[in-house]
Design a protein. Structure first.
Lengths: 208, 393
């Protein structure tokens, strides 16, 4: 049988994907809605979209890559378990951040307990300048080194409160909710750290 | 030196992107850790409940092919016989003690039931309660059904005697009043053995029942089922209830029944026991006592003498108001080796009888004996009270 020219063959029907994978521009609200319906791909999409932020936040708080990965895992597992409780899907990023802060504080408590029973081991301690982007200029990097030299000596909860305020841009209300402390405690912790930082580096609070 | 200057928030200074291998590794960990599919709690509860119900139903109805075996795991023989007293133990802990010249046939042995036929002699069954099998003993006209108890079945020439020491049994058969009787601890029942063919014949063509009874021998006791006039004489197969003298017969009716009973043959201990029991149930304890005393005089070596002495003690104590006599018979019953199931009760009643008769020393001694033999006995409080009453009237 003579073969028909390719141009004359009937066109193949287009592949139909009943649940097309979302493009990066898909809004959080849509992803959350689909994930709440039990669509696994939506969970992965949420993870891929926000894992960078959660991982960076965790690293800045716990300063240890291995522990930060544990925090990321715990954060997303908890988020997927409680996805139904997310009342405003548009605030997914902040919600994930607050869960990550909560799990970071659990890590702090665990470290304190291990130190108390004599099992605390000195782990990795990444400085702020090590975590900074490679594109920032030397002056900014020097400033981060100065800041880190101060905050690295502070208690973990105090340092975390300062990072949430001046690095992540949280309001005091958000800090006290994420850290599980009172508003006064959140302010006191931030002020304690900032009073030390202020002597070395001047930080402008823009837009917060 | 001028201070460095930064503008908050500083997050923009940090790298946020995560390399694909890191993303993949983290997602793999999360995908492994998170549950595949969330199942509603109500569904889980319903599933668990239905599974439990199913297992219960299966465990109940699932056939267990294992038949009861002897304690040494051998199969039960079709016939158990003994010329001398002996015993047979089963793997579930139950035990049958055989009297002399006893013959038992095994009729059925399944996972649900065990049926014996007592052809001759006497057997005492100690059945472990809570077992999966219903035990049934066929003996002449009677069937004794039991789940867990201690009881004896004795086949006599003219009758069958069932005595319960512990637990309850259900006795059914032609000779049982209303065809069925439930016997509890310390109760007994005697039913006549009659040739099956003769019963309807006598009912249709025989002499009046009372006339037949007046000359009856133990082997020709009237059939309570076939004769209308002999309704009161259903007690020829009756429950002997030392603990509950209340009667189902009116005193008037009972009095005539007692009079209509056959005079006892010299060896008819059972008939005497029946008559005493009937008199007791009819509200004539003095007559019952005289019948039992006659039994003691005529059959002083019979094995059931201690039972008669115990019943006499009870009658004198509870119904006739003669605690001294009661103490005498209870002492004899205890000395004669009353069955273990009644011994504790007899000892306690002895304390009461001695106390009421004013013998405080004797009551104290009997109470001490009771406490020594039954340190956790069920009459401990009563015994202490009676003993105290005797010492401080």
């Amino acid at each position: 049988m003579a073969r028909l020219p390719t141009a004359l063959l009937p066109a193949e029907p287009p592949l139909v994907n009943p649940t097309p994978l979302p493009l990066p521009s898909v809004e959080d609200a849509v992803l959350v809605h689909r994930a709440q319906r039990g669509e696994v791909w939506a969970r992965e999409a949420i993870f891929r979209k926000h894992v960078g932020y959660v991982n960076a936040l965790s690293l800045r708080l716990v300063r240890d890559r291995s522990e930060a990965e544990d925090v990321v895992q715990d954060t997303f597992l908890a988020a997927f378990r409680r996805l139904e409780q997310l009342s405003d899907p548009g605030r997914l990023r902040g919600w994930l951040g607050s869960i990550a802060v909560h799990h970071a504080h659990r890590r702090f408590r665990r470290r304190r307990w291990l130190r108390f029973v004599g099992l605390g081991l000195p782990g990795e301690s990444l400085s702020l300048d090590q975590l900074a982007s490679g594109t920032i200029d030397t002056e900014l990097r020097d400033a981060l080194i100065h800041v880190d030299a101060i905050v690295s000596r502070l208690p973990e909860e105090v340092r975390a409160a300062w990072i949430l305020r001046y690095v992540e841009g949280y309001t005091f209300d958000e800090i006290c909710v994420a850290s599980g402390c009172s508003l006064a405690t959140a302010k006191r912790r931030v002020e304690r750290a900032q009073s030390l930082v202020r002597g070395q580096v001047e930080i402008e609070e823009g837009g917060q | 030196m001028s201070k460095s200057r930064l503008r908050a928030p500083l997050a923009g200074l940090f790298e946020e992107r995560l390399a694909e291998p890191g993303v993949h590794r983290l997602w793999s960990r999360i995908a492994r850790a998170q549950p595949k599919r969330s199942v509603p709690k109500t569904f889980l509860i319903a599933w668990a409940a239905s599974t439990v119900c199913l297992l219960c139903a299966l465990s109940y109805f699932w056939p267990n092919p294992a038949h009861l075996r002897l304690a040494n795991h051998e199969k039960l023989p079709a016939t158990i016989s003994s010329h001398q007293p002996g015993s047979v133990s089963f793997e579930d802990g139950s035990r049958v003690e055989l009297g002399p010249e006893t013959l038992i046939d095994l009729l059925q042995n399944t996972d649900r039931s065990l049926v014996f036929a007592l052809r001759n002699g006497r057997a005492r069954f100690n059945v472990v309660p809570g077992g999966p099998r219903d035990w049934r003993i066929e003996c002449g006209p009677l069937s004794v059904e039991v789940v867990g108890t201690i009881f004896s079945v004795e086949r006599l020439p003219a009758s069958v005697r069932v005595q319960v020491e512990r637990g309850r049994v259900l006795v059914t058969g032609q000779g049982v009043p209303d065809r069925v009787a439930r016997l509890s601890a310390d109760e007994s029942l005697v039913a006549p053995i009659e040739p099956l063919a003769s019963a309807p014949t006598r009912a249709l063509a025989g002499p009046p029942a009372s006339a037949a009874r007046s000359t009856a021998e133990p082997t020709s006791l009237p059939n309570p089922v076939t004769s209308h006039e002999s309704r009161a004489d259903d007690s020829t197969a009756h429950a002997h209830r030392p603990q509950s003298p209340e009667s189902t017969l009116g005193p008037r009716n009972a009095g005539s029944s007692v009079a209509a009973l056959p005079s006892a043959a010299p060896d008819a201990v059972d008939v005497l026991l029946q008559r005493a029991d009937l008199a007791q149930r009819a509200g004539a304890p003095a007559q019952a006592a005289s019948i039992l005393q006659r039994l003691l005089e005529e059959h002083p070596h019979d094995g059931r003498v201690t039972l008669a002495q115990f019943t006499l003690g009870r009658l004198y104590l509870d119904s006739l108001g003669e605690p001294g006599q009661a103490a005498k018979y209870l002492t004899k019953a205890l000395a004669g080796g009353i069955p273990a199931a009644l011994a504790e009760d007899a000892q306690a009643r002895l304390v009461q009888a001695l106390a009421r008769s004013g013998n405080s020393d004797g009551a104290a001694d009997a109470a001490a004996q009771y406490r020594a033999r039954y340190p956790t006995g069920r009459h401990l409080q009563d015994v202490a009270r009676w003993s105290k009453t005797a010492s401080h009237p």
